[in-house]
Design a protein around this ligand. Structure first.
Ligand SMILES: *Cc1c(COP(=O)(O)O)cnc(C)c1O
Length: 454
């Protein structure tokens, strides 16, 4: 019998609403706090920084469904709905009775799921008359997504790119410039925050924390300019739910329902996007599904971090968020999954983990690349080093199913492809990569000074 490999939806099945899990959560996350006064913040407090609609979405605890504007749906149709694929060849290679499915977000023009939120954020900025936007980027995926989204909605974008990535990942910089963005290596002389660091440490190679500070400063000091962020916040997870809403319909086409749903984890947006629409059936109808976030062993905030209020950036400019964190001064090892090198987890996921609605696992760098190479050799797609963490977790679940001799339906998110990350694969294939272990003492040193506000 011929096997159905791809489950495709017509454009007319692109979701018309995003799913807001905040409305359904029995225990709401603790409120965001003002960094100075330590008082709970309202959406108005975020208006100077973010577009109003985005600030309102961030705080919306009542509407389970939020309309996706037609203008955003039109742009999403460039690449959505994305395929759901049954990974038959990977199953065969593992000799597992498990059925493995993946949602393929690597087909977006920028190569990752990040465009799902970039388009929405650019649209809401344009709608309120904003002309300029700023952001920061580490490895470059969020910057590339915002570059295309800004061009699509006629906005001027300035991206602060961590200096070491600017030099080491020239192709992501070229992509951003091709889509018309201005890319500035951070630290730069264009902001007070940047000048201060360059004066004190002339050879500083940059960090995401510094780049965030520069992007926020430029947004606050430029008329008609807003700041955008690619992960961690509630509204970003909200925009990503198109992934899970499509996957829900596609799983129906397969005649199966996932026992396990897996996503890799940086700040939480792609994991949330796939998991939350399925989790609503767990919350509302008591469905038994396991949700697994796969994080790198070198940056284990969910598996080994503490639950506390912490800043989103190194400098401590952002509001305080309740999160599982390794401390905002934590400097993760330079693993190649740049998108997963973030010290904290979004507050939605942090609360859901506390409430045992989900689990987390940590994956060693070498195991992630081993899984990535097996996936490339069986399913043909070279995965992003970030996505390879989800693949490693899926493989581990499939091998457990084999040991136990039971079938099981596994769904994971392929958050992006790795075609701009081949330097990392080169190093892996040459045997030049290693694992990084983190001692309990290091974690304690970085977290023990957090104010006990949670
Ligand atoms: C940014 C990125 C991630 C991690 O970010 P999340 O917000 O946790 O999803 C994962 N995969 C890819 C391909 C990315 O670009």
């Amino acid at each position: 019998m011929e096997q159905t490999k791809k489950f495709l939806l017509p454009e007319s099945e692109l979701p018309t609403k995003w799913y807001n899990i905040l409305a359904d959560m029995k225990n709401k996350p603790l409120p965001m706090l003002h960094p100075g006064t330590k008082q709970p913040m309202k959406s108005e407090d975020l208006y100077p920084l973010f577009a109003k609609d985005l600030a309102d979405q961030e705080m919306n605890q009542t509407d389970e469904w939020i309309d996706i504007p037609d203008e955003v749906r039109e742009k999403l149709k460039i690449y959505r709905p994305t395929p759901l694929v049954r990974a038959y060849n990977l199953e065969k290679a593992l000799d597992t009775p498990a059925h493995i499915y993946f949602k393929n977000e690597s087909v977006s023009p920028v190569g990752s799921h990040k465009l799902n939120s970039a388009l929405a954020q650019a649209y809401y900025c344009k709608k309120e008359g904003v002309t300029n936007v700023t952001t920061e980027t580490g490895a470059g995926q969020w910057g590339t997504a915002m570059s295309f989204a800004s061009k699509a909605f006629g906005l001027e974008l300035a991206v602060y790119m961590v200096k070491i990535s600017y030099e080491q990942k020239p192709y992501r910089r070229s992509l951003m410039q091709t889509w018309g963005a201005q890319v500035i290596p951070s630290p730069s002389m264009s902001t007070k925050a940047g000048r201060k660091i360059i004066t004190e440490h002339p050879n500083y190679q940059g960090s995401l924390g510094t780049a965030i500070s520069e992007a926020i400063e430029l947004a606050m000091s430029t008329p008609n300019c807003k700041y955008t962020l690619g992960s961690v916040l509630n509204h970003v997870s909200l925009h990503q739910t198109v992934i899970g809403l499509e996957a829900e319909k596609q799983m129906e086409m397969t005649g199966e329902y996932p026992d396990v749903v897996i996503g890799c984890f940086g700040g939480g947006s792609n994991f949330s996007g796939l998991a939350f629409p399925f989790m609503r059936h767990t919350i509302k109808a008591g469905k038994k599904t396991r949700f697994i976030a796969a994080e790198p062993s070198s940056c284990p905030k969910l598996t080994r971090g503490v639950f506390e209020y912490d800043f989103g950036d190194e400098a401590g400019y952002t509001p305080l968020l309740p999160m599982f964190t390794l401390g905002h001064n934590f400097a993760p090892a330079h693993i190649h999954a740049g998108g997963l090198r973030y010290h904290g987890a979004g507050s939605l996921v942090s609360q859901l983990l506390k409430d045992n609605l989900m689990e987390a696992v940590d994956i060693e760098q070498l195991d992630s690349f081993k899984a990535g190479v097996l996936f490339a050799q069986t399913e043909g797609i070279v995965p992003a080093p970030e996505s390879a963490h989800a693949i490693a977790a899926a493989i581990s679940e499939a091998l457990k199913a084999k040991e136990e001799g039971v079938s099981k339906t596994i769904l994971f998110n392929l958050s992006g492809h790795g075609l701009v990350d081949m330097t990392a694969y080169d190093q892996y294939l040459a045997g030049d990569l290693m694992n990084y272990s983190l001692s309990d003492q290091e974690i304690k040193d970085n977290t023990e000074n957090l104010e006990k506000l949670a």
